[in-house]
Design a protein around this ligand. Structure first.
Ligand SMILES: [Cu+2]
Length: 166
């Protein structure tokens, strides 16, 4: 019985894929046989099996104009995925540097932007457009870190925070 169900499901999913692949709403009539078997659920089940890298934890740090939320984050050493949704109206980024400096005391240039070359940058979530979400995997050793957005003017506007790894 199970084998039979799977076959029907697989065929239905295949049919759904083929139909979708052909680009949607040109001509009706061709799908008559497949529509009965609820192919949508089958398709969703297959696509959710992704993610799950070796990460110990996933942490979401939301970016707005011009702040991180939360702006004080504690993580466990090792693999960490930081997910950065941008809920602001301008592009943002999240740069992580290992330093004991206070987040508001980083080395800056004459326009007030952080000089990343003077810091031990361990990674970043780069160029996140408004309404988008990106993530980056970090392998973090214990210590003090800062995060900041180095889009021109954003650090000066207060877009920074701390990350403690323990
Ligand atoms: Cu920013």
């Amino acid at each position: 019985m199970r084998a039979g169900r799977y076959t029907v499901g697989a065929i239905a999913a295949l049919a759904a894929l083929i139909v979708a692949g052909c680009g949607g709403d040109d001509g009706g009539g061709t799908t008559t046989g497949a529509t009965t078997a609820a192919p949508t659920t089958a398709a969703t089940t297959t696509s959710t099996t992704t993610t799950g890298a070796a990460g110990e934890g996933k942490t979401t740090i939301t970016m707005t104009d011009f702040a991180f939320s939360p702006d004080k984050v504690t993580l466990t050493q090792g693999d960490n995925t930081i997910i950065g949704p941008n809920k602001g109206k301008t592009p943002h980024e999240l740069v992580v540097a290992k330093t004991a400096l206070a987040p508001n005391a980083l080395p800056t240039d004459s326009s007030g932007d952080v000089v990343e070359g003077k810091l031990d940058v361990v990674g970043e979530i780069a160029d996140v457009d408004p309404g988008k979400t990106k993530h980056t995997d970090f392998d973090l050793e214990p210590g003090k870190y800062v995060m900041f957005c180095n889009v021109p003017g954003h650090y000066k506007a207060g877009m920074y925070g701390t990350i403690t790894v323990q």
